[in-house]
Design a protein around this ligand. Structure first.
Ligand code: AMP
Length: 189
């Protein structure tokens, strides 16, 4: 099963993806994690990405599309993957469609974790405090920017996948366990 997790920053995509890895045996592919690894390793991509990530903007499409195209070729993706944080805009979604068709892979569902903006702000502030600055893009200052980027660039993917009849919406305001249950229900429906 190949899935996409959509939702604004702080919606709990990473947490739910980890649970789905454990429950469904899927691989989690987080472009955010991969970019942070590149930043930590000090690669050219990492250096280029860091400035952009710290601003709360999206890194160029060709970088993330290239990363995902290479990654889904790996043998561990054969049993299925969860895309967490990719695609982030329509150009990436179209590139993904082409990539999947070329590789004869199907996209089984797109799960939207829907959360109210006000709840997100308090969650992200909490996460910024917990990480003690570990995620330099995770402070409240740029939260509004990241949310604006989500609404402006990523939210248009919702009608895009709805038109493909793949979109399933889950209520991200519930407890972590309840959201996991909703996801299971949505996937079995
Ligand atoms: P995330 O951990 O998914 O919230 O991503 C953290 C940051 O990495 C984002 O704010 C972007 O700057 C960058 N990023 C992650 N995934 C993508 C993507 N698919 N396209 C562009 N930028 C991305």
């Amino acid at each position: 099963m190949n899935l996409i997790l959509l939702g604004p920053p702080g919606a709990g995509k990473g947490t739910q993806a980890e649970r789905m890895v454990a429950d469904l045996g899927l691989i989690q592919l987080s472009t955010g994690d991969m970019l942070r690894a590149a930043v930590a390793a000090g690669t050219d991509v990492g250096r280029q990405a860091k400035v952009i990530m710290d601003r709360g903007d999206l890194v160029p499409d060709e970088i993330v599309v290239g990363i995902i195209a290479d990654r889904i070729e790996e043998p561990d993706c054969k049993n299925g993957f969860i895309l967490d944080g990719f695609p982030r805009n329509t150009a990436q979604a179209k590139a993904l469609d082409v990539m999947l068709t070329e590789k004869k892979l199907t996209l089984d569902a797109v799960l939207e974790i829907r959360v109210d903006d006000k709840i997100l702000i308090s969650r992200i502030e909490g996460r910024a405090r917990e990480s003690g600055g570990e995620r330099s893009d995770d402070n409240a200052e740029i939260l509004k920017k990241r949310l604006a980027v989500y609404h402006d660039q990523t939210a248009p993917l919702l009608p895009y996948y709805e038109a493909q009849n793949r979109l399933k919406v889950v209520d991200g305001m519930l407890s972590i366990d309840a959201v996991s249950k909703e996801i299971k229900k949505a996937l079995n429906a």
